[in-house]
Design a protein around this ligand. Sequence first.
Ligand SMILES: [Fe+2]
Length: 515
Amino acid sequence: MTHESRPEDDLLAERLTWSRTSPARPIPAPDVWPLIRFPSTPDPFDAPMRVEADIVGIECIQGEVPAHLDGTYFKAVCDRQYPKAVPEGPLGAFNDDGMAISFRFHKGRVDYKSRFIRTPRFEAERAAGRSLFGYYRNPLHDDPLVEGVVRGIANTNLVYHAGKLYASKEDAPPIIIDPETLETIGHYDFGGAFTSQTATAHPKIDPRTGELVFFGYAAKGETTRDIAYYEADANGDIVHETWFKAPYSCMIHDFAVTQNYVVFPVIPLRSELAWLEAGESTFQWDPQEKVHLGVIPRKGRGDKAVWYEGPNRFASHIMGAYDDGRRIYIDTPVSHSSYFPWFPIVGNGEHDPERSKGYLSRWTIDLAGEGRSFTETRLSNVPSEFPRMDDRYETLTYQWGLMGLTERPGHDAPGRGFRWVATIDHRTGAHRLYYPGDRATVGEPIFVQGDENAPEGHGYVFVIVSRRDLMHSELVILDAQDVDGEPVCTLKIPLRIPRGLHGNWVTAEELARRD
Ligand SMILES: [Fe+2]
């Protein structure tokens, strides 16, 4: 299926890019500061928090902190500085301001810190005392004061590589922040080598080479089909760049990296310029469009990408991927409709909660097979998202994974959101589950290696639990091989940590290797 561009699109497209050379014009302070009044949230726990905090020595309310853990858990969360300038509906945290939080572990003490990420957008709005940017990923309805200002909100992930801590969302270049103070340093373009308008929030680090593998989609501005694929070496210098075009413009939130290939999943959460112009949702689910997986050898040329087709499906995060030379295996929760209910359906279709449930599945591409299609095999029968793995096995054959569950068949849990943490052993398909209680939800679980030489999946699981009845958050540490047992420890944060997306553990040894 093709989605033709219109003659007027070129002119519009110019307004969808930000400028590297035109700084934002000064934002005048208002004569009287605007009234701040946020709309109410269905659950008071999810109201904006807007607190930048330092807590030295978090209270441990259960168990004991493993004293040998030496490092920092960084996580991106989403808060909002001001009420939105435009009505957005239930967009979740997608369009909220990025905040970095950190838990520093050293000799049994854990310190907590949180700071808003000072994006150009955040600073412009702070100067004005109100929101100036409009719809999600749509600059056409912004306040004219901020024309050309980078719209990125850096609210999705914090990734550490080669001495730099990157705060990213897929709508702009990454921002680097100080890993100790969480102060914003600014946008980073790898010494001028990074020319894409955007960078994924899901880069991969090759554990064998230390290379950072990443990409940008909508790389020449919103709705463009352009993808830029990069690799940086272990020192953080870009050593590979190639550009190519996706079959259609869509959200490419994550991608698969193996030892020998990169795979770009083009999923029919499409984007069209006319939708932005009309103030409609920038992304809309197209139930008629196919999935296309673009395969490129590592450090290969984009124009040599080979595209493999599959039926209409939704997928977002990838648990793990690897290849055996002939076949590429990609494990991801797959649903039959968009997982995100707030994005409309092309043709005014109704969102179907059953069809939007994601089940961990394996997509297999046979590079030596006949035809250009891939196969799908279900790996789990519980709906899941936020898949993670033991990152020491990124790009490699792996057996152990981690995910969040919104439901567990046969078990009633009141309320909404992610309620369980689950592990999966791919050798048996068996799950083990952690349930924090009826009035609690969980964030993305991550694996933390207690000992870098420990076998795969042997270590800890960190998960932030929202205690919705008590109006505070907890960092719960589980034994990764026994998540259904008593937690190793529970750390109480005496405030609500805003809803978060992704995070990562960085050892003190890695942090010491800073520039
Ligand atoms: Fe993500």
